[in-house]
Design a protein around this ligand. Structure first.
Ligand code: MG
Length: 168
């Protein structure tokens, strides 16, 4: 059985993952409107990944006989100045999520909730991958700057990303 403190923190994390999903869906819609279907696709897959993170936590709370709660999802921005800006906002957001997960891990350790601590290992590894992927895209975008051909190539590359359900 989950203790209340851990249950609340997991529910907070579920809300954060849903907010992330909402943010990336907004980015996907923004790029679709800008006529950049590759970027839109990348963020649409990212949206699906975040939903998978939230679902994995909901399943975990249930598996521990806890009560998962859906609280309201706060609003998200609607536009960004450039593709690079959107990816920088993504990296900053993922860094925040990483620190939330680390805090949760520390709490699980302090509360001697070893099952939650173990569950979070996969999330910690997932965050390393998320941040690394985004950083690489930012590097590419920095390299091409405002060059249309370069941006077109990155857009085409991101168009090929498909959703693979993460094992969490
Ligand atoms: Mg996530």
């Amino acid at each position: 059985m989950l203790n209340k403190k851990i249950e609340d923190a997991l529910n907070e994390q579920i809300n954060a993952e849903m907010w992330s999903a909402y943010l990336y869906l907004a980015m996907s819609m923004y790029f679709e409107n800008e006529g950049r279907s590759g970027f839109a696709n990348w963020f649409r897959v990212q949206f699906q990944e975040e939903q998978a993170h939230a679902l994995a936590l909901i399943d975990y709370v249930h598996a521990r006989n806890g009560r998962a709660v859906l609280s309201p999802i706060a609003g998200v921005p609607e536009k960004w100045d450039s593709a690079r800006d959107a990816f920088i906002a993504t990296l900053e957001h993922e860094q925040k999520v990483t620190s939330m997960i680390h805090n949760l891990y520390a709490m699980a350790e302090a509360e001697k909730d070893f099952a939650t601590r173990q569950k979070l290992n996969t999330f910690i590894a997932e965050q390393v991958e998320e941040e690394d992927n985004v950083r690489k895209i930012i590097d590419d975008l920095t390299l091409v700057g405002t060059d249309g051909t370069g941006l077109f190539q990155i857009d085409r590359e991101l168009a090929s990303r498909t959703f693979v359900a993460p094992t969490l």
